[in-house]
Design a protein around this ligand. Structure first.
Ligand code: DON
Length: 588
């Protein structure tokens, strides 16, 4: 068994470990960032630990990313090293959601430091964005503009966020973390049925832009089929520029110029200055307590953490475990709690750098008690009596979550996205990556829902430099200071309820983590006033729910939650979501 030289701290210019066959000997530029949380820590990693004594686990929605990240852990890297490696690998192997053209959130927990922080690398509105930029001449919101045009893209945050994570908490260099992604982009990888189907499902939109067509279709215009090799030379060159020049390889120089040229060709707003100005932020996560477990989840500009804690606080007043998993009574109470939280979301939530959000109130036990008093145990309260609205149907879309733990007591929970599957469907010509359409998460007009049927108000109006409200909820649950459950999901508005249910499945219903992930899920988002259910809820239960006055509507699968649970003896249990055929949990 080979021992790897100890390299506990990051040393970008030091000798490279054997395990990385890097073609480039590169230095890394330092990301300049502002933080709202003081945290100078670099998490521990230790390559001197004999391989057979190390442990780690990675769960992602693509096995190639899982494998690459696991390799980092096997070689003594820490959870952040592995997470950043996974994120870049997903940007190559799962371009519908893995990205460098989008943004996201990463929670990092260190047991040894007794600290959990959140990295906010959400996209921002460009400086030239205006409140009414998606309204047509009649004053109506135009979803084509906010979802599928160059105007739909926010200033990407992923590269800066991942670089910051590594800089502050990692032990390998950015070029090391990028090496597997560069190899997968330049040598290519074998197309899976899911990859091929994803493109076929979005064929029309992906063929619309020349820059996108030439990446996602063969030269003769035909599809990539399962078994083919998918090579992305432009993306490999972009990733190599980042490996060489650090964040400047994305936010300045050739990549930035290509992105701005793409904007100018398509009438988008992002400028060189917008890119140069982009900064990720280290934030304090939302913290709550549920039946003795500490819940850490994403703070604004995500609504996720606040509402997961709010819903859990409401439900804590009921013996949910006794009522039973997915029983009519349990689902009824969950739905009643969910609709009240989503009603609050529409009014209060937005980017706290721009608006005041009553987070303490929303997450307090006393407010939960107040809301609980309004809930009738045997009858639904119509959403219209809570607050009126005008929602649109759900869309099926894609984000991606992954969870990592290492043997040093660190855990990473990361959700990132370009919003829809394939985002705006616009590839930056010459740079090979898709642009997000995250601007649609702003409230284009009060009372007009976004693509997920979510309503927003003043707090989430468009303003230059503001981050659009998100539902992404990377979450770490701790018990007595120890990492216990690392979880999170894609799914638009359903992210909050999906994550909530895995937490409850484990804590209230004592399901093992894979069972907790697999179990059929339900969702209520206040408007439309219906309980959405996955396949697998019994007809008897549906009858009872209808008896309580609910409208129950069966919809396709919700979310793709990639989770890790840590047993009392320190054993890692993986829960990869079978709703994605390429999901994988791997540990050692
Ligand atoms: O930030 C958000 O809440 C959305 N843009 C996430 C989109 C998403 O999860 C799509 N996926 N399934």
């Amino acid at each position: 068994m080979e021992l790897i030289t100890s390299r506990p701290k990051r040393n970008p210019t030091g000798s490279k470990p054997k395990w990385l066959s890097l073609a480039l000997a590169l230095s890394v530029s330092t990301a300049v960032v502002s933080t709202t949380v003081e945290s100078a820590a670099i998490l521990e990693g230790d390559r001197s630990v004999p391989l057979e004594a190390r442990q780690g686990m990675v769960v992602t929605s693509h096995f190639l990313a899982t494998e690459e990240a696991l390799e980092v852990l096997k070689n003594g890297g820490n959870a952040v090293d592995a997470a950043v490696t996974a994120a870049f690998a997903l940007a190559v192997t799962q371009p519908r959601s893995g990205n460098i053209g989008g943004g996201g959130f990463m929670l990092v927990s260190s047991e040894k430091k007794n600290e959990t922080i959140a990295i906010d690398y959400r996209e921002k509105a460009p400086a030239a964005a205006t409140r009414d930029m998606y309204l047509n001449a009649e004053g109506e919101a135009d979803p084509e503009l906010s979802r599928f045009s160059h105007l739909s893209a926010g200033v990407p945050g992923t590269v800066a966020g991942l670089a910051l994570a590594l800089e502050k908490y990692g032990s390998i260099s950015l070029s090391e973390a990028l090496a597997p992604a560069i190899r997968l982009a330049s040598d290519g990888f074998i197309v899976t049925p899911r990859f091929s189907k994803g493109i076929k499902d979005r064929e029309e939109r992906l063929r619309k832009f020349d820059s996108t067509r030439k990446i996602f279709f063969k030269e003769d215009g035909s599809f990539y089929e399962p078994g083919d090799t998918f090579v992305q030379k432009d993306l490999a060159a972009t990733l190599t520029r980042i490996a060489k020049d650090g964040v400047k390889g994305f936010y300045e120089g050739k990549t930035a110029e290509l992105l701005v040229a793409e904007m100018q060709r398509g009438g988008g707003l992002i400028t060189l200055e917008d890119l140069k100005q982009y900064e990720p932020v280290i934030r304090k996560p939302i913290h709550g307590n549920y039946r003795g477990y500490d819940i850490y989840s994403m703070s604004p500009p995500s609504s996720g953490g606040a509402h997961i804690v709010q819903i859990l606080n409401i439900l804590e007043g009921y013996p949910i475990g006794e009522y039973g998993h997915n029983s009519a009574k349990t689902i009824h109470l969950m739905a009643e709690a969910m609709k009240r939280a989503y009603a609050d979301r529409s009014k209060y939530l937005g980017d706290t750098d721009f608006v005041d959000v009553p987070l303490d109130g929303l997450t307090s036990k006393s407010y939960a008690e107040e809301l609980r008093k309004q809930i009738k145990v045997d009858h639904m309260t119509p959403s219209s009596t809570i607050k009126p609205g005008n929602p649109v149907p759900y869309e099926s879309n894609e984000t991606t979550h992954f969870s990592v733990v290492d043997k040093f007591g660190n855990a990473v929970s990361n959700t990132y996205t370009i919003n829809f599957s394939y985002g705006s469907h616009i590839v930056v010509d010459g740079a090979g990556f898709l642009l997000n359409n995250e601007m649609d998460d702003f409230s284009a007009k009060p009372g007009v829902p976004n693509a997920y049927g979510l309503l927003g108000g003043e707090a989430n109006k468009i303003e230059p430099g503001k981050r659009m409200l998100s539902s992404m909820s990377p979450t770490i649950v701790k018990k007595d200071g120890k990492n216990f459950l690392v979880t999170g999901s894609p799914g638009g508005s359903r992210i909050i309820t999906t994550t909530l249910q895995v937490i409850m499945n484990v804590i209230d219903h004592s399901l093992n983590v894979q069972a907790a992930v697999n179990a059929p899920r339900i969702h209520h988002q206040w408007l439309p006033d219906e309980i959405r259910i996955e396949e697998g809820i019994s007809p008897d239960t549906i009858d009872l729910l209808e008896g309580f006055g609910h409208t129950v509507s069966r919809k396709s699968a919700m979310g793709a939650i990639q989770s890790i649970m840590i047993g009392e003896d320190g054993t890692f249990y993986g829960g990869a979501d079978p709703r994605r055929s390429t999901s994988s949990a791997m540990g050692f």
